[in-house]
Each structure stands twice: as structure tokens, then as C-alpha cells.
Design a protein around this ligand. Sequence first.
Ligand code: MLT
Length: 210
Amino acid sequence: MSERDPGFVHRFFPGETGVTLLLLHGTGGDENDLVPLGRELAPGAAILSPRGKVSEYGAARFFRRLAEGVFDQEDLVFRTHELADFIEAAAEEYGFDLSKLVAVGYSNGANVAASLMLLHPGLLRAAVLFRAMVPFEPEETPDLSGMPVFLAAGRTDRMIPPQSTERLAEILREAGADLDLRWRDTGHALTYEEVAEAREWLSGVLLKLS
Ligand code: MLT
């Protein structure tokens, strides 16, 4: 495998609250996709939004998969470390406070956020995961004590098996995360109601950060 490259195509928007949102798009998205969602979830927060480097027939992703829901584990680990390198380099370049970095991920972006939490515990202060599943089974339980995590799942999601979301929830709870798991009778697409719920949840979390 090639050497890690911390360069990602990305957008950065400075903020005024001291908090930075790391926006991680779904398969086929890009660095612009989640910017309106980020602004809705945390008005005034800075935004760091990278584009996944893997191309699946032209669709950008954060790591390779062998089939739907079957991840290339070697690539996943490599890409997760690469993303962590990028985040650290971006914090230096733009001068944002890494201790107030909150991830917001959707689908493939939520899965790479979960992988970041397992491989780099402590890098993210909190996370909002929309439609996430287990990226990999960790060999050792990481220490995510007290980390606030909002996990929003759809009961009829055909891309994300419910048992895999439940397993991720179990791993995060075992790691000590302060998990808020919300199931809705909906599919893979995000609903307005859960964005509103995530916004409310996040405003409580951000109050404690500032
Ligand atoms: C993934 O590949 O990360 C998940 O299957 C969700 C997606 O398609 O993005």
C-alpha cells in the first residue's frame, strides 16, 4: 500500500463559537454536500469538510468496499489513519481547537467516523452518526469514556443492517461513550425530524464544550 498522504480535497469555513464540525459525506457525495446540514446543526461552528479519496466507479468514498456492507479492512484502517493525519494537519493550518472537534457523518461518512473513534479515541470530542454500522470489530475496546455520540438509524434501511448498528452501539457503550441511539421507522435517507433531534441534542453538548 502507498504512503499516507494527509492532503484531501476539502472546504474549510471559519466559525465564531470555537467548535469545529468535521463533515463526512456518504458514498457519491463530496465536500460540499453536508455544509448546509452542518450549518443547520450547529450555527456559527467552523466547518472542515473533506472529500473521500476512494473512487467507486466515480463515486467518492472514504474507504474501499468489496461489496455492499463488506469493507476492505486493510484499506479502511489505512484510510482512517490518513484522515486522522489530515485532521491534525488542518487544525495546524487553520488554527482550530482540536479539543472541540465534533464529527457529523452520514452513511459511509458515519462509518469512517466510527472507525476514527475506534482507532483514534480522543481525536473527536463528540459525534453525530447518521446511518452507521460496525466498520470493524476492534481487537481491544478503546477508551471513549464520556464521549457524547448521537446515533440515528432507520428500521427499514436497506444499506445498513439494523443488527450492525446495534453492534456498533454495543461497542460504543462498552467503550464508555455516552450514547444516544434513536431508531425511526424510516429508510436510508435522512429525515427532517431526525435532523431537528440531532440539532437539539448537539446544542446541549456544545453548551458544555464552550
Ligand atoms: C458503506 O459502504 O460505508 C456503507 O455501506 C454505506 C454506504 O453505502 O455508504
